[in-house]
Design a protein around this ligand. Sequence first.
Ligand code: PXG
Length: 287
Amino acid sequence: MSALPKVYINGKFYDKPDAKVSVYDHALLYGDGVFEGIRIYSGKAFKLIEHVARLFESARSINLEIPLSQEATIKAINDTIAINNKIDGYCRPIVTRGAGSLGLDPRRCSDPQVIVIVDDITMYPPDLYENGMEIATVSTIRNHPNALNPRIKSLNYLNNILAKIEGIQAGCLESLMLNHKGEIAECSGDNIFLVKGGVIRTPSIDSGILEGITRNTVIDLARNNGYTVEELGLTRHDVFIADECFLTGTAAEIIPVTKCDARVIGSGKPGPISCELREAFFKLVRE
Ligand code: PXG
């Protein structure tokens, strides 16, 4: 039997049923806040410094001042993992704008809430890692960078949820989103990679994507293994003619894609480079 999860809020720990924020919090009223999703492997938060740095950049970009230093945030996350005795799981730091008025003005929100949730991780079904998954391009385009920059991991995920709904309706667990220029951007909660003639390609940051921590880790791994990795503008054409395709994300790790828009990619089986990188990633996180 596992004990109730303990949730960190502003320096204190609460049992899951008692972990609450105000209904006046602008995070609830407007999705006004930022978050991270971090994997816990062997009791340790993976790439914690990178995740906390991204959390602070997201907050900075929406003009939200986190009432802790990065060091204190790292400690709060590590303390929450420790108090929950979590060996393998998922950690979700959240910073809300705080309780304000029913108007938009963020100056009325005086108390940002710093929350850390530690829980189990939900992954894709294991057979998809063996046989590859199917994705579908959806009509909901990724947020225009000049509207809400996808680099910000904000609490407003409606853009991604609308895409996810379209994917599910098409019978797919992940949805490929295009950007405002019609290039491929990323999936609803994962970055995308293609392999063509031994070269690894992924949409550049200025394609309008979240700079995934797993994406960056995989780029480094691939380069260390001797591969050329290109970050550039890509289209659906590149997906259809690719030898291999895979997605990366904190929950997904590396998952092969063998079909997109009902078309078979490459051989229709997880490709050798996807499998090699998956093994290298597995080794890295379990070191
Ligand atoms: N793109 C988007 C839009 C994301 O939300 C990634 C890429 C991958 O980034 P990381 O840093 O994890 O490699 C994400 C992150 C979920 C879920 O429940 C997934 C994310 C965020 C929140 C929830 O599947 N993915």
